[in-house]
Design a protein around this ligand. Structure first.
Ligand SMILES: [Fe+2]
Ligand SMILES: [Fe+2]
Length: 207
């Protein structure tokens, strides 16, 4: 895939997602379209990780029933996504393999404050904020992937990710006043956009 084959300039209104301070760059899209198998492998890891984060929170706050009621179905859905990506990898004859993680996830997680209840708020917001970036990038891939089976998969997955952000947002809003949630989300969203501003050497859904 060359630069000239990327059909439209970015940003596009279709993929402008609330809470993302900056859109993904055309260079990110070009890099991702050039190596779809690596993007698939990376995305399989992302889906499994998203399920793992939801489960971790359920283990950390085991008596919180509203949290379990929201996060258990979410973990299940992320695992279903994982299985769908895995199935496509298998159809394409591509083996799963470990990939070096870019600093994105660790840098966001490092912002989680250690004391409760701030730890809970930050954990929800970090887990939530990753979702609109997934949504934005899946939308880009769905629109621009030349292979139909890839475009279809990305298109199927993207709607859930926007919903997942809403779910984490609701968990926050039930526990903290909206201005407290928004102010912290603003800070984390600034960092998130700064992190995606530099292009990782290899295609990653979050980098
Ligand atoms: Fe997902
Ligand atoms: Fe998700």
């Amino acid at each position: 895939m060359t630069v000239t084959q990327v059909p439209e300039p970015l940003p596009s209104p279709l993929v402008r997602v609330r809470w993302l301070k900056q859109p993904s760059s055309p260079a990110w899209l070009e890099q991702a379209l050039a190596d779809p198998d690596t993007v698939l492998i990376d995305h399989a890891h992302c889906e499994r990780k998203a399920a793992g984060v939801a489960l971790q929170l359920m283990f950390r706050y085991p008596s919180d029933e509203t949290l379990a009621a929201a996060l258990s179905p979410l973990a299940r859905e992320e695992l279903e996504h994982f299985e769908r990506v895995l199935a496509l990898l298998q159809r394409r004859g591509v083996a799963m393999r470990p990939l070096a993680a870019p600093p994105y996830g660790a840098a966001l997680t490092a912002q989680v404050r250690r004391q409760e209840p701030q730890r809970m708020l930050d954990s929800f917001l970090v887990a939530g904020l990753i979702e609109p970036r997934s949504h934005e990038r899946l939308a880009l891939l769905a629109r621009h992937s030349p292979e139909q089976e890839l475009a279809d998969l990305w298109g199927d997955l993207l709607a859930s990710e926007a919903r997942h952000f809403g779910l984490y947002w609701l968990l926050c809003e039930r526990r903290w006043p909206r201005p407290v949630v928004s102010a912290r989300l603003e800070e984390l969203a600034d960092l998130e956009s700064a992190l995606v501003a530099s292009l990782h050497p290899h295609p990653r859904m979050h980098s």
